[in-house]
Design a protein around this ligand. Structure first.
Ligand code: ZN
Length: 247
């Protein structure tokens, strides 16, 4: 309420306007402007964006506050790995752009999710505040790569910067928290940092077969597996904490 700058005065005006419009509608009159604006119904950003998507019925909702966010993360990850497979099989201009764009989208989104989870942001307004600037930056960067210049050096800097924030957030969180699966986060943070070094210190292919980038791709297989087991643990842990609190 405070964040959206609503107070008693604006609330009164709003409900008065809605009632008045209902009356006008019943009387067959067309809408009029109020304080210079057409009568809009109040909808939050998320309602406006996701109102059209099918919603999970109330009885099937999870207690875990990050279910929806992890689902989007899964879809973006599948998309990134799909285009990366295509690109490494058929290296043309289009597949290259799709691979880079999907990878940046995945990395940018996982940064948002990381910050929301490590800072325990559960309310909508807080989530929007974290997500909006990152979303704006990542979108601009993807447009830059596709329509201005596919600058490998610059893209590497952007990705490493996002990766470092990502790793730092989880590293601090896993030290501070008493989460039962924090050791999994330690391993993924350590492994992720090593994997990032592979990407940064690019090496020519060993005997013409395996270069640093291919080793990086290989290292993501066990790390991803471990990561998703952590997500499962987190869902179970958060749910049991909430259920205990409710009792
Ligand atoms: Zn690749």
């Amino acid at each position: 309420m405070q964040l959206k700058q609503q107070n008693c005065m604006s609330d009164c005006r709003y409900y008065c306007m809605i009632r008045r419009e209902e009356e006008r509608q019943l009387g067959g009159l067309s809408p009029v402007k109020y304080h210079g604006k057409w009568p809009f119904k109040r909808v939050s950003v998320f309602q406006a964006c996701f109102g059209l998507l099918p919603r999970r019925p109330q009885t099937k909702r999870t207690y875990y506050e990050y279910t929806g966010l992890w689902h989007i993360y899964a879809i973006l990850s599948l998309n990134a790995w799909f285009w990366s497979t295509i690109f490494h099989t058929r290296d043309i201009d289009l597949t290259e752009k799709l691979d880079y764009s999907s990878a940046v989208a995945q990395l940018g989104y996982s940064l948002i999710l990381t910050l929301l989870r490590t800072f325990n942001v559960k309310d909508e307004a807080g989530r929007v505040m974290f997500a909006a600037p990152i979303l704006a930056f990542v979108t601009t960067h993807i447009l830059y790569l596709n329509f201005y210049e596919l600058d490998y050096g610059w893209n590497m800097k952007v990705c490493v910067a996002m990766g470092l924030v990502h790793i730092a957030a989880w590293a601090v969180w896993s030290v501070v928290t008493h989460h039962p699966s924090r050791y999994k986060v330690w391993i993924v943070v350590f492994g992720g940092a090593l994997a990032m070094l592979l990407e940064v210190y690019d090496s020519p292919p060993y005997k013409g077969y395996a270069d640093a980038h291919s080793l990086w791709h290989a290292s993501t297989i066990p790390l991803t597996y471990l990561w998703w087991t952590f997500v499962r643990d987190d869902a179970e842990f958060r749910t049991s904490t909430l259920v205990k609190k409710a009792k």
